[in-house]
Design a protein around this ligand. Structure first.
Ligand code: ZN
Length: 443
């Protein structure tokens, strides 16, 4: 697919090999809590100065309580003559997440109540959780279960569910202004590559990038276990929420499907910004309305917070056959798809960071461009940033103090970076001034 990005290709190499990071994290067993989340965040922390927080089990937070900590060492279903048919060691999807410990001999009929399969995808292991269920269970290929016809089986889950803590990670890169961009992903899924791990890898690489470059805005990267993690973070950070001007939940960004963006609950600049970036990216995409289902945008966009946070995906959770199965693996995720997702998001972040408002010093009539040598400047710029004479005319016309660069780019249907180049030319020529952000709130 031809990519028509407006920034040099060389700037688009992630500092971290995204696929390699997904592959490194893949084998770890993660859940809402437990040692796998800590291990995962420890790997992320090798790349960025991640702050790792532990919140005690039982802590009350908004309408919720932090759950018990769950850890698991093994789980198996074995025939009485010792043949291991189902083994947690071969796939961590085999044990229902948050299973309480069990050990004993069960009849097939007794065991059936604890078995989860996918009759329509009989060779795949489903991913199931029982976070608040006080139960135990196994997930296995339907064909395997159909072939298990002994009267009794030996069953063992070596786990514990006990007071401990919930772990989440946060990395904040301050900007010149108080305004912030919030990015968040989930860290609670076991060996699923697209769902969760693509988001973790992208967030890590983007955090490295944003920390290294000059920036106007602050960037806050949250690595959270689903739902309860976002609720905890929101409840503990109410004073900083006023600074969150743009937010994005990142998930399922490693498959080769088209891009999908789910808008925030309120109409926000992030919605317009990402629609603009995708429109000029050359990638197939779809913009979806907000709905109160999905990932942690549900919490960020709950009525008491109502933050400007949308959700960026490639294939949409729950709609692709690999979703929440053993087929969401390292073959399903592609290095090229991860790199494309990275380039879309970095373009978005650059846009948000550069989105300022300008005003003509003298707005009556057009300025005489030839006298200022601006035709030459434009010709020179074209080779670098791609600004054309038409871009400059659009910029000079809309630089009325009321159009942000994003609004200009949308109205003129010109890629943002080209208007940004035009702004630099006009600023250097003394034709415009930048309206301070505290005077003109960028929307
Ligand atoms: Zn999921």
């Amino acid at each position: 697919m031809a990519v028509k990005f407006d920034v040099k290709e060389t700037e688009r190499k992630p500092a971290i090999d995204l696929y390699d990071l997904v592959a490194e994290l893949f084998p770890i067993n993660r859940s809402l809590t437990g040692s796998g989340v800590r291990k995962t965040l420890g790997i992320v922390a090798r790349h960025i100065g991640l702050e790792i927080n532990e919140i005690k089990s039982g802590t009350a937070v908004l309408d919720w309580h932090v759950p018990m900590e769950w850890n698991i060492r093994g789980g198996s279903i074995t025939t009485l003559d010792g043949r291991v048919l189902v083994d947690f060691a071969s796939s961590n999807l085999h044990v229902l997440a948050y299973s309480k410990p069990v050990r004993g001999v069960f009849t097939r009929a007794e065991l059936e109540r604890h078995i989860h399969t996918l009759p329509d995808q009989p060779d795949l292991i489903p991913y199931r959780t029982g976070y608040y269920a006080d139960d135990w269970g196994f997930c296995l290929p339907h064909n395997l279960w159909q072939s298990m016809n002994d009267e009794v089986y030996h069953v063992e889950i070596d786990s514990d569910l006990s007071p401990g803590s919930l772990t989440f990670g946060e990395f904040f890169v301050p900007g010149e202004a108080g305004d912030e961009v919030l990015l968040s992903c989930h860290v609670c899924h076991p060996s699923l590559a697209n769902d969760n791990l693509s988001g973790i890898a992208l967030m890590t690489a983007l955090a490295v990038r944003q920390a290294r470059q000059k920036r106007r805005l602050g960037y806050r990267f949250l690595f959270l276990p689903a739902t309860i993690g976002a609720i905890i973070w929101l409840a503990r950070n109410e004073p900083v929420l006023v600074n969150v001007k743009h937010g994005l939940v990142l998930t399922c960004l490693g498959d080769s499907g088209r891009f999908h963006y789910k808008r925030s609950r309120k109409s926000a600049a992030i919605d317009q910004a990402i629609a603009h970036v995708l429109r000029h990216s050359g990638f197939s995409h779809e913009i979806m309305p907000f709905n109160p289902y999905g990932y942690d945008e549900r919490q960020f966009c709950s009525p008491g917070f109502n933050l400007p946070v949308g959700c960026l995906m490639r294939s949409v959770h729950g709609t692709f056959p690999e979703y929440h199965t053993s087929a969401d693996n390292l073959d399903f995720v592609k290095a090229e798809a991860l790199d494309q997702s990275y380039s879309v998001i970095e373009t978005l972040l650059d846009l948000l960071d550069a989105n300022c408002t300008y005003q003509r010093v003298e707005g009556r009539g057009e300025p005489q461009l030839g006298r200022r040598g601006l035709y030459r400047a434009i010709a020179g710029e074209r080779e670098v940033g791609g600004a054309t004479q038409m871009d400059l005319l659009w910029f000079l016309n809309l630089a009325d103090g009321n159009h942000s660069l994003l609004k200009m780019a949308i109205r003129a249907d010109i890629p943002f970076a080209r208007l940004e180049s035009s702004a630099r030319i006009a600023l250097d020529a003394g034709l415009v001034t930048r309206v301070p952000n505290d005077q003109k709130r960028i929307e």
